[in-house]
Ligand binder design. Structure first.
Ligand code: ATP
Length: 487
């Protein structure tokens, strides 16, 4: 269980210092587990979202995207099971009144034990917990906490309440008079998936989609997380990128394996270290799932879920069919080789891929952030560099005139004008060139070009590569090509 809290804190500070992420409403001391993306962060986030969107829609033959509303008819959440089942088991410490998610409390204990070298105990406790969670065995979980002397971090006592379920959905009122009627309650969606299910037939019919096909969407989701810490890893307002793949019943096992593999390949296509990823197959399945796994990444706070792949059966469509009294079926006119007749009408099965955009952002940052000592015997030196995949970097090219005079800014601005419609550029003339390079390293800009006196003579510039810091002399006309080839 690698745990590098210094690195995690350094990333949080870096995100703030360079305009990636700010606490929400910071001048009012922030709002717990809610964050704003700054000028660099919003670009990086958008680039991650675009990369996902393109690979999940444009590069697929049979997946289309939608953009459903956050508010939905309240019965959606009754049908989906969220009103009854979207709970986390919680336990309160009676002395400090602090509430804990049971799995987090036990995982924290296991982490401590493993850090102290008691790996066997840590693994045993985690395995027991998984089995008990799968059976909703709350008395057993409480006993596990007591038997292992797990204490509250605040009061230091073991005075625990019984374990209770806590619903994670936020609600509000729709209409002019709040609270007047019970049916004016609406929920802020806790997942984007239901917007896809309720539009299944709209998209299938208007898009003339033939099974197997997928519907993708990105958008905000809201969960009243009790243990909301760890920066953007666990937020109360966050963004999801989800895809529901509708398949013929009986083929869901193959498609589940296909998407499990394909989604891991997507992560690796960004050049991240494969050793930092692993699958975690679920023992405790959500109320709708047949098979489920997480793709976990080794964050500085340990291996944690970044994406879930779930075989959701026909649960959701069936429930919506029952609650809405509208048929949500598909007519499959392909021939069944067994009967020699068309497969006919059925409710499709669904395999879902669901990734948190903010968690992906944290993954990208965790893997890109590097502190390097560049000191020599003569002189101390260091830099912080974000080795971002070039496709995701907020700025692709910095254009830097060596000095603010002699016509160099004019040449630099001309390069800027030539490149800015193709990719995002940044122009800067303040400070020494060394300081400007460091600032670009810190926001992950893959290329810097410097315009100097020689440029005036032979139309060449130096182009500096972020990761190697190597510089080469190239003709101005080559700049755009070099940057584009790397994206
Ligand atoms: P966890 O076990 O961490 O609470 P989950 O299994 O409830 O997550 P899912 O319902 O499968 O998560 O949601 C799919 C994805 O949405 C997760 O893999 C994660 O990347 C993201 N996600 C879920 N909850 C949050 C949150 N509170 N903050 C940020 N991202 C989240």
């Amino acid at each position: 269980m690698a745990n590098d809290s210094n690195k995690f804190q350094a990333i949080i500070s870096h995100c703030k210092e360079y305009g990636f992420i700010f606490p929400s409403s910071e001048i009012y001391d922030g709002l717990q587990a809610v964050y704003d993306y700054g000028q660099m962060g919003s670009e990086l986030k958008k680039n991650i979202k675009d990369y996902w969107w393109k690979s999940m829609t444009q590069l697929q033959d049979n997946i289309v995207g939608i953009d459903a509303a956050i508010f939905m008819h309240p019965t959606v959440w009754k049908a989906s099971g969220h009103i009854d089942n979207f709970n986390d088991p919680m336990i309160d410490n009676k002395d400090s009144n602090k509430r804990y998610r049971v799995d987090h409390l036990i995982e924290g204990f296991a982490e401590e034990q493993s850090a102290m070298g008691n790996e066997q105990l840590a693994n045993d406790v985690l395995a027991t917990m998984e089995v008990m969670l799968a059976k909703d065995d709350f008395a057993g979980l409480k006993k596990l906490i007591e038997d292992n002397n797990i204490k509250c971090a605040i009061s230091g006592t073991r005075n625990w309440s019984d374990i209770r379920q806590f619903n994670l959905m936020f609600s509000t009122q729709i209409g002019s008079v709040a609270g007047e009627e019970e049916n004016s309650i609406v929920y802020l969606r806790p997942e984007t998936a239901q917007g896809i299910f309720v539009n299944f037939l709209n998209v299938q019919k208007t898009g003339r989609m033939k099974i197997p096909f997928g519907i993708a969407q990105t958008g905000k989701a809201f969960r009243n997380e009790i243990v909301a810490r760890q920066f953007i890893f666990r937020m109360r307002e966050f963004e999801q990128m989800e895809m529901q793949f509708f398949v013929r019943p009986g083929t869901e096992g193959e498609w589940y394996q296909y998407w499990k593999k394909t989604r891991l390949e997507w992560h690796l296509s960004l050049g991240f270290d494969p050793a930092k990823f692993r699958y975690h197959d679920h023992l405790k399945l959500a109320h709708y799932a047949k098979e489920a796994c997480d793709i976990e990444f080794e964050f500085p706070i340990g291996f944690k879920e970044v994406e879930g792949i779930h075989s959701r059966t026909d649960f959701d469509l069936k429930q919506h069919q029952e609650f809405s009294k509208k048929k949500l079926q598909y007519f499959d006119n392909d021939i069944d080789p067994v009967t020699g007749k068309p497969f006919g009408n059925y409710i499709p099965y669904v395999v879902e891929t669901s990734i948190g955009l903010d968690r992906m952002f944290l993954l990208v940052m965790s893997s890109a952030y590097e502190e390097q000592d560049l000191g020599t015997a003569e002189r101390a030196d260091s830099r912080v560099v974000l080795k971002l995949p070039n496709q995701l970097a907020p700025v692709k090219l910095a254009i830097l005139p060596l000095v603010k005079k002699d016509g160099l800014p004019e040449i630099a601005k001309k390069i800027m004008d030539d490149c800015r419609s193709s990719f995002r550029c940044f122009y800067e003339e303040k400070d020494t060139i060394g300081k400007r390079y460091r600032r670009m390293d810190a926001i992950g800009t893959p290329f810097c070009v410097t315009v100097d006196q020689q440029t005036k003579e032979d139309n060449t510039v130096t182009i500096r590569h972020r990761d190697s810091m190597e510089q080469e002399r190239v003709g101005i006309e080559k700049i755009k090509e070099i940057v584009q080839a790397s994206l």
